[in-house]
Design a protein around this ligand. Structure first.
Ligand SMILES: [Ca+2]
Length: 139
């Protein structure tokens, strides 16, 4: 477990590096599409948010949030992703909305850096953003 410092520009440059971002989003999508049918269902997307820890970061939800509130929140997130209201989220919808969310996080962070504690096997997007910045600084 380690700690990284990120701010809005870290997240923004990650999202704006299109090739890198698309690769990360595609990898995430493939990993989340548990039944490999090419789309994310409601429950698959919920698992995504639980595993990426975006909820805590972006929506300020704390652990004491009642389950029914969380379900409402996940429903509204799903509807946000499911642009064409097909009942599933395809790869394009996923990538586009993920980008929106990360940019909103970037705006929220602004120039005030936050510390993020990381698990060793962390594969969250904010970790990827931090890694990308680190690789640019070092090389
Ligand atoms: Ca699926």
């Amino acid at each position: 477990m380690g700690v990284v410092i990120i701010d809005g520009s870290t997240v923004r440059s990650f999202v704006e590096d299109e090739a890198q971002f698309k690769k990360s989003a595609d990898e995430a999508f493939a990993a989340l599409d548990l039944n490999s049918d090419g789309v994310l269902s409601r429950s698959e997307l919920r698992r995504a948010f639980e595993s990426l820890r975006l909820i805590e970061t972006h929506f300020g939800v704390d652990v004491a949030t009642p389950p029914e509130e969380l379900t409402k929140l996940y429903d509204s997130i799903f509807n946000q992703f499911d642009c064409d209201k097909s009942g599933t989220v395809d790869q394009m919808e996923f990538t586009a909305e993920l980008k929106n969310i990360l940019l909103a996080i970037a705006d929220g962070l602004g120039s005030s850096p936050i510390q993020m504690a990381l698990e060793d096997d962390d594969s969250g997007f904010l970790k990827k953003a931090a890694d990308l910045e680190a690789s640019k600084l070092s090389g």
